[in-house]
Each structure stands twice: as structure tokens, then as C-alpha cells.
Design a protein around this ligand. Structure first.
Ligand SMILES: *Cc1c(COP(=O)(O)O)cnc(C)c1O
Length: 374
């Protein structure tokens, strides 16, 4: 993330960005193409290979006919109500945005000043550290040695300067969550003026009884906010639509700085249809979770380590087989499959791969089988 300042052009008289901006490097999107492969199987960005609900696609098309010249409903009323109905939440505490990414950025702009500390659990959303840094806040990393957010390690990082804690549950790139009792304890032991931001982008996949996406914590106080997305289970990553569930004070703060039409009309229409199509979402969840179990068994039988995941992606660790993740990644790419290498600082010798449709997962298993024998 750090810019190579030694090689940056020094233009003394040119306008200078604020210091936080100069600490950042532009975002690099994961690989989207492979040389010489017509239609690679892209399993690098946790996108839904199921695609969105057919009803969401129909709503999107209908919107095009209804009039793209009109501004969207800035109050986002219909989508907020649909989300409230589906998840049994209070529509007045919901706000939608241009992906949950935008909402995380808005929350940080509303609550962080230069010099504030933000404690980021290790495997949280990559953009959170970018937004915090650009504001001039200090990102403090809380390690996840058990591969999931750890309440005690986060609490040990809190100082008088801490204004916000950010964690993802399930986290990324691992796919594991902090159990409800531990999340509640973290919240209970945090100073009341520190925000706990729970990024629950993968909540829609989790069926475990001890999982808490964060909504009950939001309703139980003033310092907790949950962010959610339509980019994953709902298959609408291309439209950029996410939402947050927050105390009224935080909704009010973000209302003051968001652009009035931060959720576009196509995204509002498609997401409303998607969230109301309960049966489709349930089918995607069931298929993802049973495929993930099938992949786990196959990968383990090949002598690689499948790290348990509760999301729509998984990590394979190649070290136990004496092979490297780089070699496995090159092999998959030679077979037309794009995995995501795990960056420095992530679990070592791992690749992250999205769960696909059964035929996609068959392709991955077949390629890993020939890799294991090679
Ligand atoms: C994909 C993802 C998101 C979702 O981002 P959007 O801006 O809503 O597309 C948020 N957090 C994590 C950890 C993710 O992996």
C-alpha cells in the first residue's frame, strides 16, 4: 500500500494532495484475463457464479424502459423497506450506498479526524485501511492468529486515541466469523465512544447458530454499525449497492455528507427485487454451502489443507503437500482458472478461490488433481 516516494516525481510548485493520500497506492483489481484463454474461469473476486435472481434482472430491464432520465429516489424508501421486511429490521435505521465500500468510507469521513487511531482486525476489508489512511487516521492492526477476529487482541489495541474498530465477520480471505458471545463481549468492553463497525458482507451465507451479523448489537446501543452488501450472495457486484444498519445518530451523521443519489436507480430496483426473492437467495445459499463441503472433501483427499470457511470462497494451503501456492496458482491458470493469490500478511502458501457452480468446482478439483500428481 505504501507509495514508493523515492521514485515519485517531485513537483514542488504543483498542487499537493493531503498527506494521507500520498501514503496510498492506487487499487489493483484482481486478474480478469489470462493470455491465450478465451473465457477464463474467474474465481478470484468472491463474485456469485449463480448470478442475480431472474427477478432482479427483470427489474433492472424494466427500469431502463421506465425512464433513465429520472433521478433515483434519494430516500431509498422501497429498498430500505424491502431489506427491513426480509431481515426483520427497522427501515429507519437502514441506509444504502454505492457498495458497502462507500458506506464504510462515509462512516470514516463522518467520525475520524487526522491523528485518530482506527483498530482494524487483520483480515478485514482491504479498502477500510485505504479510507482510514486517506483521512490521516492511523490504522492499527489487530492480528487474527486463530484466523478470525479476536476480541482480546482487538481490546488490547485500544488507546485513548482509538475512535473506531473495524472487523469483517466472516472475514476475508479466510471466511471465518467471530462467535456471538465473543462479539458481544468485545462490544461490552469497548469504551462507549468507540465505534464498532461490523462488516458482514458474507453474512448471507452463514447458517451457524452461534453467528451474529451485528443487527442485535446495533439495536442494543449507540456505538455499533453493521454493513452489508448485494455484491456477494445476491450477485449484484456490478451494480454497486450495499447497506448499513446503524443507530439513528450515525444515520444522521452520514445523511449530512452523502451525495443525495449515492444509490443509483438501477441498483435500487434490482436490489429490491433481489432481496424480496427469498427462495432464490435460499437456493444460492444451499448450493454454495453444499458445494463448499464437497470441495473441502476433495481438496483434503489430495493432501492439501482446506481451511474451513463459512463464505462463498475458501483458502487452500499447499504447504502440507510440500508445494507452493505460486506453483498451484500457475497450474490453475494454465488450466484456464483464475484464483486469488493471498497477499503478504495473509496466511502463508494459500490461494483463495471462489465457490462456483458445480461444473466450475469440478474444473478446479480436476486441475488440482493433476497438480497433486505432477
Ligand atoms: C466483497 C466485500 C465487501 C463488499 O463490498 P461492496 O462495496 O459492497 O461490493 C465488503 N467487505 C468485504 C470483507 C468484502 O470481501
Amino acid at each position: 500500500m505504501t507509495l514508493d516516494l523515492a521514485n515519485a516525481p517531485v513537483l514542488i510548485d504543483a498542487p499537493q494532495p493531503v498527506p494521507g493520500v500520498l501514503k496510498l497506492a492506487p487499487y489493483k483489481q484482481g486478474k480478469m484475463a489470462l493470455d491465450g484463454v478465451d473465457q477464463p474461469l474467474k474465481l478470484s473476486s468472491n463474485e456469485s457464479m449463480n448470478g442475480p435472481s431472474p427477478r432482479a434482472i427483470a427489474a433492472y430491464r424494466a427500469l431502463a424502459d421506465a425512464g433513465l432520465q429520472l433521478y433515483p429516489d434519494g430516500s431509498q424508501r422501497a429498498l430500505r423497506q424491502a431489506i427491513a421486511d426480509e431481515f426483520d429490521l427497522d427501515a429507519d435505521r437502514i441506509l444504502c450506498g454505492n457498495g458497502s465500500d462507500e458506506l464504510i468510507q462515509l462512516l470514516m469521513r463522518a467520525y475520524l479526524a487526522p491523528g485518530d487511531d482506527v483498530v482494524l482486525s487483520q483480515y478485514s476489508f482491504g479498502m477500510a485501511i485505504v479510507h482510514a489512511t486517506s483521512i490521516g487516521a492511523n490504522p492499527i492492526i489487530a492480528e487474527e492468529p486463530r484466523l478470525r477476529p479476536d476480541a482480546d487482541i482487538i481490546l488490547a489495541r485500544i488507546t485513548d486515541r482509538t475512535r473506531m474498530v473495524v472487523l469483517a465477520s466472516p472475514n476475508n480471505p479466510v471466511g471465518q466469523y467471530i462467535p456471538r458471545t465473543e462479539l458481544r463481549r468485545l462490544r461490552a468492553e469497548l469504551p462507549r465512544d468507540v465505534i464498532l463497525l461490523i462488516d458482514s458482507a458474507y453474512a448471507d451465507y452463514v447458517t451457524e447458530a452461534d453467528y451474529e451479523p451485528g443487527s442485535s448489537l446495533v439495536e442494543g446501543g449507540d456505538n455499533c454499525v453493521m454493513t452489508r452488501t448485494f455484491s456477494k450472495l445476491y450477485g449484484l457486484a456490478g451494480l454497486r449497492i450495499g447497506w448499513m444498519y446503524a443507530p439513528f445518530t450515525m444515520i444522521d451523521a452520514v445523511q449530512r455528507i452523502r451525495t443525495p443519489f449515492n444509490a443509483n436507480a438501477a441498483a435500487l430496483a434490482a436490489a429490491e427485487a433481489a432481496v424480496r426473492d427469498h427462495a432464490y437467495a435460499a437456493q444460492v445459499r444451499a448450493s454454495n454451502n453444499s458445494e463448499r463441503a464437497r470441495i473441502a472433501a476433495a481438496v483434503t483427499a489430495l493432501g492439501f489443507e482446506f481451511i474451513p470457511s463459512f463464505a462463498n470462497f475458501y483458502l487452500i494451503r499447499f504447504a502440507p503437500s510440500g508445494r507452493t501456492a505460486a506453483a498451484a496458482g500457475a497450474w490453475l491458470e494454465a488450466n484456464g482458472i483464475i484464483p486469488r493469490p493471498v497477499n503478504a500478511g495473509g496466511p502463508e502458501q494459500c490461494l483463495r478461490i471462489s465457490v462456483g457452480l458445480p461444473e466450475h468446482n469440478d474444473q478446479v478439483i480436476a486441475a488440482l488433481t493433476t497438480f497433486a500428481r505432477s
